[in-house]
Design a protein around this ligand. Sequence first.
Ligand SMILES: NC(=O)c1ccc[n+]([C@@H]2O[C@H](COP(=O)([O-])OP(=O)(O)OC[C@H]3O[C@@H](n4cnc5c(N)ncnc54)[C@H](OP(=O)(O)O)[C@@H]3O)[C@@H](O)[C@H]2O)c1
Length: 332
Amino acid sequence: MKALVLKDDVDRRLALEELATPVPGPGQVLLAMRGAALNRRDYYISIGQYAGIRYDTIQGSDGCGIIHTAAAGMAPELSEGSRVIVNPSHGWGDDERVQSQHYTILGMQQPGTLAEFLAVDGDRIHPAPAHLSDTEAAALPLAGLTAYRAVKTQGQAAQGQRVLVTGIGGGVAQMAFQFAAALGAAVWVSSGTNWKIERARAMGAAGGVNYHEQDWAEQLKAAGGFDLIVDSAGGDQINTLLRLLKPGGSLVFFGSTLGRPSWLDTHRIFWNQLRLQGSTMGSDRDFAAMLHLVNAHKIVPVIDSVRPFAEVLDAYEVLKHNSQFGKLVVTF
Ligand SMILES: NC(=O)c1ccc[n+]([C@@H]2O[C@H](COP(=O)([O-])OP(=O)(O)OC[C@H]3O[C@@H](n4cnc5c(N)ncnc54)[C@H](OP(=O)(O)O)[C@@H]3O)[C@@H](O)[C@H]2O)c1
């Protein structure tokens, strides 16, 4: 089978290689992949900026496939020929509050989804939502899981709330926007690009600001305070976001694209009873609840572009330049 592999070679970190089709172990299923999607994580791995890098690992955390070989005792909806998506989380553990020390994500260290076949534990697969195409279903798992935990499990977004999702060009941000809206919140967005704000408005955003404009925070402040802000940019900007929260509000963050803040407005946090909550991917319960929300509201991940697998390196180039709106998907 063809697979995209991380190489210990500074001149060519990613290579499309011909590998033996994996043989599923006990309790595993073999999937014939139909689609796989990229995340920011894949780019970070490709430039060596990721913990626990193991060379010769097949890349990719997101995918949709058809069960080629089922495991014994699987439910009828997970039998040979069923169309499924893969939960990229492994080993979350029993504590819903936090992942265990054995937690890993598909694609590093386990072989990932950017291959024609994937052998994966049977308890990682779920029926693909029927309203989604193969490419849309492939785009859902990692971003959907991360966004669901940030917005609902941690952020407790609810009907009538005002929510701000920063960096709406991001794959997770777009799912967060859709989930918060489905839960009944009015959602504002930020972006560094005006056309991305317009796209978000067309999808139902209540408003949006360009974070390159000097008065972006004042523009948002004028629109009123927020009950919840979902952010992955981090940096010193966190202190500006704290000013935009209503007293009692929450800032949930799942990334730090801008790095660590050099200071933190602790005075504002305690006086206004604010909550700063970190969040990462999600538990198996989060994944099941995310799928329930997606099915109930017929939510569709935003797709930027779809390519044949042979052109997957072009998708990494798009990710590098951050010019996409929505997920980058490859088909097999
Ligand atoms: N902890 C986890 O489980 C987890 C899971 C997934 C992702 N992450 C992290 O979360 C971040 C986003 O991931 P992703 O996959 O959604 O990445 P992505 O699709 O590449 O999006 C990154 C986005 O960051 C936004 N951004 C850049 N500068 C910003 C600023 N000053 N203020 C607000 N937004 C800004 C950009 O939005 P615009 O294009 O709109 O300007 C960009 O689209 C990454 O750092 C990633 O590593 C963490």
